[in-house]
Unconditional design. Structure first.
Ligand SMILES: O=C(O)CCC(=O)C(=O)O
Ligand SMILES: [Fe+2]
Length: 196
């Protein structure tokens, strides 16, 4: 299959965006299925010694037993569901990587968010390949260069889209999913990663 792909041409990074990686029908199907079959939970995180409820629900799935730790929490994976396996295969056909792990995020409404961070934990390796899929309400996504914060990139992550981050992206850039005052519904994000 031939799909539209947009290279973001960001300095010190390798990022590309597939606005319609999945068809509208596939995306509708996966959104409903994932909402109902994933065991979503709200974890607490500790940042600078203070404990907060995460402003979103999450789940970790993998084809190995390797945990994933960030912001002082350690998640232990469950096995992949049928839909996660199918989505992973569709991405791997395009991306030529073998993902082990999926961190799933459920943003319940515009008040749920994901603050500035880089996915640079050492278990992801030196140049992590991260494939990030969106189902449900579209949201704005921001990048900011670590050494040159005036260097910013914004994009809208659409229903059924795929954002691919590789190379030195995590080394040189932060990303976030800000809150929005818009009255919007749920968004599911799946980030496929390699944790060997
Ligand atoms: O929801 C998103 O699009 C971003 C998720 C993300 O950055 C992460 O889980 O590391
Ligand atoms: Fe991230």
């Amino acid at each position: 299959m031939i799909r539209e792909v947009i290279d973001l041409y960001m300095k010190d990074a390798e990022v590309c965006y597939y606005p319609h990686f999945f068809s509208a029908n596939e995306a509708d199907y996966y959104f409903k299925k994932l909402l109902n079959t994933i065991d979503w939970q709200q974890d607490t995180i500790t940042v600078f010694g203070k404990t907060y409820l995460q402003p979103r629900l999450t789940a970790l799935h993998a084809n190995n037993k390797n945990p994933y730790s960030y912001s002082n929490i350690t998640m232990h994976p469950k096995t992949f569901t049928k839909e996660l396996t199918d989505i992973k295969s569709a991405i791997e056909n395009e991306v030529k990587a073998n993902f082990t792990t999926c961190l799933a995020n459920l943003y319940r409404n515009g008040q749920d968010s994901n603050g500035w961070h880089a996915d640079d934990e050492k278990e992801l390796g030196k140049k992590p390949v991260i494939a990030s899929v969106t189902f449900g309400s579209e949201r704005i996504f921001h990048f900011k260069h670590k050494q040159d914060p005036s260097h910013k990139v914004k994009l809208v992550l659409k229903h059924g889209s795929l954002l691919l981050m590789k190379g030195d992206t995590q080394k040189h850039w932060l990303h976030q999913l800000p809150k929005t005052k818009k009255d919007i519904g749920e968004r599911i994000n799946l980030t496929f990663r390699i944790i060997a």
